[in-house]
Every structure is written in C-alpha cells, then in structure tokens.
Design a protein around this ligand. Structure first.
Ligand code: ADP
Length: 185
C-alpha cells in the first residue's frame, strides 16, 4: 500500500533527520519544501528571489508559491507509490489546496513533539554548524510562533490520521518510536 506520510513538528524537532531515515526505510521520496526553497534561493531563480527575505524573517512563503511547487513535485513519477512530505502543508489553507489537487493526499501524519527549550537550543547549535540564515534568536522565536499559530491547527484538521510521537531523546530512539507507530497504524 502506498504510504503518503506528512511529518509535522516545530522547527528544530528533527524532521529533516527523521525524514531521511524514514524515507530510506520505506523507499519513498522525501519531499521537503524547505529544501526545495533553499535550493531555489541558492540557484537564484525567480522563486528563490521571492522566497529569500520571507524565509530569513521566519515568515511563511505565500501559499500560492508553495502549492505550485508541491503540485509539480507530486506529479513526478517517483511520487506515485507514496512519499513523505516535510514542511508542507504548513497551514490549513495549504492542506485544503492539497486535498483539492490530490485525492487522499495524506494517509498518516506523524507529529514530533519536542519542548520549546530543547528546539531553541538545537536551532542555535545548527546556526553555528550550518549557517542557515533563519537560525538566529529573533527568527527562531518567530518561526516557533508561526508554527503554533499556523501549523498546530493541522493536528485537528487531520484528526484520526495523526500519530503523536515523543521527539525527545536520541535520534535512534525517536526513529524507532516512529517506525513502531507506523507499523501499528
Ligand atoms: P523549519 O521547519 O526547520 O523552520 P523548513 O526548512 O521546513 O524549516 O522551512 C524553512 C522556511 O521555508 C520556513 O520558515 C518558511 O519561510 C519557508 N517554508 C517552507 N515550507 C513552507 C510552506 N509549506 N509554506 C510557506 N513557507 C514555507
């Protein structure tokens, strides 16, 4: 059965790391809007130019832009037998747009919960290591606010499809919790 998974969690919850491990285990493509947007910024495309300052401020890029890039990505062949979405949908309007364009777009939602203190400290470390322009004190605070206001309502939106996973602890411990929950679902 094709698994169409949405991975949710606050910035710094470890979505990127877990997404790579899950998609390797399940052999489905990892579709990350954050990665696609950063690639567009690096390549200096029109899309990248529009997204750059919005991302650096910790705000959301317009629904229209991200819905278009995700629609295009999901129409590629490798997405026919399942996928893992990371970073999209990020608000209810995007979730509704996805439902309008793809039938049964999401079968399971994995929500990683990590407390605010822990995600803030992880993001500050990542800032030092990876140099992401949106990993600085003020922007981190804003991204967490945006997550609470815009993205958390998706947990209710997806209702019984949601698996809540404790995202605290080691990468391997979190990964096994996710795989156990997916196997049972
Ligand atoms: P994180 O979840 O760690 O903050 P992401 O890599 O998922 O990071 O996203 C980084 C930034 O890219 C977001 O703060 C936002 O500006 C933009 N972005 C990514 N996905 C979306 C989306 N679905 N809708 C709007 N903006 C997005």
């Amino acid at each position: 059965m094709a698994r169409r998974i949405l991975l949710l969690g606050p910035p710094g919850a470890g979505k990127g790391t877990q997404a790579t491990m899950i998609t390797n285990a399940l052999h489905v493509p990892h579709i990350s809007t954050g990665d696609m947007l950063r690639a567009a910024v690096a390549a200096g495309t029109d899309l990248g130019r529009q997204a750059e300052s919005v991302m650096a401020a910790g705000e959301l890029v317009s629904d229209e832009l991200v819905v278009a890039i995700v629609d295009e990505r999901l129409s590629q062949n490798d997405a026919r037998c399942g996928y893992l979405l990371d970073g999209f949908p990020r608000n209810v309007a995007q979730a509704e747009a996805l439902n309008d364009s793809v039938v049964n777009a999401i079968s399971t939602v994995v929500v990683l919960s990590v407390d605010t203190e822990e995600v803030t400290s992880r993001l500050m470390h990542r800032a030092a290591e990876e140099g992401r322009v949106d990993d600085n004190g003020a922007t981190i605070h804003r991204r967490l606010e945006v997550y609470t206001a815009e993205t958390v309502p998706l947990v209710e939106f997806y209702g019984s499809a949601v698996l809540e996973i404790d995202g605290m602890g080691s990468v391997d411990a979190v990964f096994s919790r996710i795989m156990i929950a997916l196997a049972k679902s």
